[in-house]
Design a protein around this ligand. Structure first.
Ligand SMILES: [Zn+2]
Length: 134
């Protein structure tokens, strides 16, 4: 199971919609899991503010990918911008992956926290836009 916020390995932090009847079958289908209390808090605050409507995550994912560009560039610059990827050692490739994945996960967690901190009216506007005109 992966964290619903940052995709790290989930570690026993869960969330389910408290408005649903407390039958196990329903909760198993609607349960979200998280890696940490940080991700759990960000998600539950966001879900409470949006009354259970999850916002399309693709915009957050795109933003998270963009935030990887700087750390990726800094790492590649630090080991030699002119070197072809084929000349990288295994350790250098693994470090490059770690730099990118960490930046991506941090951005996803930060973005969820940021969204959760915005006011409810703004989130409801987003949901209306996402659903499109009636
Ligand atoms: Zn997480």
């Amino acid at each position: 199971m992966k964290c619903a916020v940052c995709t790290r390995q989930a570690k026993g932090y869960g969330w389910f919609d408290p408005r649903l009847k407390s039958s196990h079958a329903v909760h198993d289908l609607t349960r979200w899991v998280f890696c940490s209390r940080r991700c759990q808090n960000a998600f539950s605050t966001l879900m409470n503010k949006t009354e259970g409507q999850m916002i399309d995550p693709s915009e957050m994912e795109n933003k998270a990918m963009v935030t990887c560009l700087r750390p990726l560039g800094e790492y590649v610059g630090s080991i030699g911008m002119e070197r072809p990827l084929a000349s990288y050692s295994r350790e250098e490739v693994l470090t490059l992956i770690e730099v990118v994945v960490t930046a991506y996960q941090d951005s996803m967690a930060i973005e969820h926290e940021y969204m959760a901190a915005r006011d409810k009216a703004f989130l409801q506007d987003r949901l209306t836009v996402q659903r499109g005109p009636k």
